[in-house]
Design a protein around this ligand. Sequence first.
Ligand code: PLP
Length: 405
Amino acid sequence: MKPVLKSSKLHNVCYDIRGPVLDEARRLEEDGHRVMKLNIGNPAPFGLMAPEEIIQDVIHQLPEGSGYSDSKGLFAARKAVMQYYQARNVPDVQIEDIFLGNGVSELIVMSMQALLNNGDEVLIPAPDYPLWTAAVSLSGGKAVHYLCDEQADWFPDVDDIRRKVTPDTKAIVIINPNNPTGAVYSKEMLEQLLEIARQNNLIVFSDEIYDKILYDEAQHHCMASLADDLLIITFNGLSKTYRVAGYRSGWMVISGNKFVAKDYLEGITMLASMRLCSNVPGQLAIQTALGGYQSIYELTTEGGRLYRQRELAHRMLTDIPGITCVKPKGALYLFPRLDPKIYPVKDDQQLVLDLLIQEKILLVQGSGFNWPATDHLRLVFLPREEDLTTALHKMAEFFDRLRKE
Ligand code: PLP
């Protein structure tokens, strides 16, 4: 038999967060090593458990969740999502404009597959959450990366966006709060981005999965509440705020100028029907999550566990000579910069591999987030303070050795 090759559709698709370095981490674990996994934003394994109310509610309703649901999702869950956005002043949100999915991930892929023809361009931030780029490539589109500016708190570089719009540009993706940078955009910045979309007839995809994971009084503005004349698609879900990433529960809300998108929405509806429905027990968690006590704020306000961990990780990291880091205002990540004069890194994946092998700490290289240089890394600050302290001491030793090489 001839070798079985993967589809050429996957040639430009890349998803390094779960990439080749992870295979090495698995091997080390199989050899009996404990690997500190600072690579994935998965709160529950670090003891950041889901609110008990959500878990009990899902257990209680489980018998009712045995069958398929409507392809767009359960009515009660979609109604809860609708009310969530109505309360955020998103104009004219209707139940039929809400699709539930197996996490935001599935909906990102679905929204791109339903939209793109070969060669269509989508503006995506650099650095990005790389699933956006992968989904565009998988759908035959071209991801065009616009720069976010580290010197400006990682806000998007509006001039760079304007330069990169072409007649083939269909849409712009905004990730706010941002993974990996932790930036939370001001209303003025969002309005500038909307203006670019308006002038160039672009669809706006707004990934707001970290909308409630905010620090230092940062305020999140829901993009869709700021314009009713553009087609805006908002993504959010339970994985982060409610710490149930394993339930695979997310949603997508179409708002604004929906009237131009009848055909596109038919396409999305068809893709939703083809996968029958999303995980129903995950959908059952939505109403309680959105309507219940918002325990996330206990974690993110001063003195809360995520707040303290962010402080500690940021301080210890920036104490290492040659490492700087814009302090995140949202989300769960630090995206530090290695001064290239002190650490002339040629291959950042190799650097991450060396750190893994030498110190048993797993991070993701900046280039995995479509960052165009090899001078950044991403780490999550989910582990408890004791574990973060140990990990960051080890990182400091690793970088000490690197400086002396
Ligand atoms: N969007 C962003 C910005 C993320 O960081 C993640 C996960 O890390 C996702 C989407 C996917 O989330 P899920 O599929 O668990 O809803």
